[in-house]
Design a protein around this ligand. Structure first.
Ligand SMILES: Nc1ncnc2c1ncn2[C@@H]1O[C@H](COP(=O)(O)OP(=O)(O)OP(=O)(O)O)[C@@H](O)[C@H]1O
Ligand SMILES: O=C(O)C1=C[C@@H](O)[C@@H](O)[C@H](O)C1
Ligand SMILES: [Mg+2]
Length: 163
């Protein structure tokens, strides 16, 4: 079985995921890096060159094809737009949503466009947050409130909730 981390960009999926893998003796997979490997391009270049719909479709295909065991899987924040990806991830793992307030995400994110976030031209970060929260919640097996927790504290909180 795997543990799948979902949540907004900067929620800590990659940072916390790799530590969690070490502490639990799991492997670590970052699906953003698998996308970059497959495409041989940076995420932000895929988004700027091909557009957000193509990126979402590539992300969906990569995550839907993931064949791993005993791994912590850090997904990209936009993975929840991929129906096939989420169906597959739910089948191969326990899905954990790292939930943070809009204010914290905004502070950590800085300039969303420069980081290559899947944000439509006419969409604000607040609208993106409001659009995504229900998706993260609907796919989550476990929701973890990560607000005001340091990286190590969050690792412990996640470990305590993994079945
Ligand atoms: N618990 C935390 N407290 C403070 N800062 C954190 C915490 N977790 C992560 N960060 C910081 O937030 C930034 C983004 O974290 P990270 O790359 O792990 O996010 P992510 O969820 O993987 O985002 P993405 O969806 O873009 O891949 C990093 O600079 C990281 O150090
Ligand atoms: O939440 C997002 O829109 C994204 C998050 C990153 O992990 C990458 O998957 C990509 O930059 C898009
Ligand atoms: Mg990440």
């Amino acid at each position: 079985m795997n543990v799948v981390l979902i949540g907004m960009p900067t929620a800590g999926k990659s940072t916390v995921g790799v530590i969690l893998a070490k502490v639990m003796g799991y492997d670590f997979v970052d699906s953003d890096l698998l996308i970059q490997n497959q495409e041989n391009r940076l995420l932000k270049d895929i988004i700027s060159q091909d557009g957000i719909n193509s990126f979402i479709s590539i992300e969906n295909q990569v995550n839907a094809s993931l064949q791993v065991e005993h791994s912590i899987i850090a997904t990209g924040g936009s993975v929840v737009y991929g129906v096939e990806a989420m169906a597959h991830l739910k089948e191969i793992g326990t899905v954990i949503y790292l939930k943070l307030s809009y204010e914290t995400i905004q502070k950590r994110l800085g300039n969303a466009k420069q980081r290559g976030v899947v944000l439509r031209e006419d969409q604000t970060l607040l609208q993106l947050y409001q659009e995504r929260c229900p998706l993260y919640e609907s796919y989550a097996d476990i929701i973890i409130d990560a607000e005001n927790l340091g990286i190590e504290e969050l690792v412990v909180k996640i470990m305590n909730q993994i079945p």
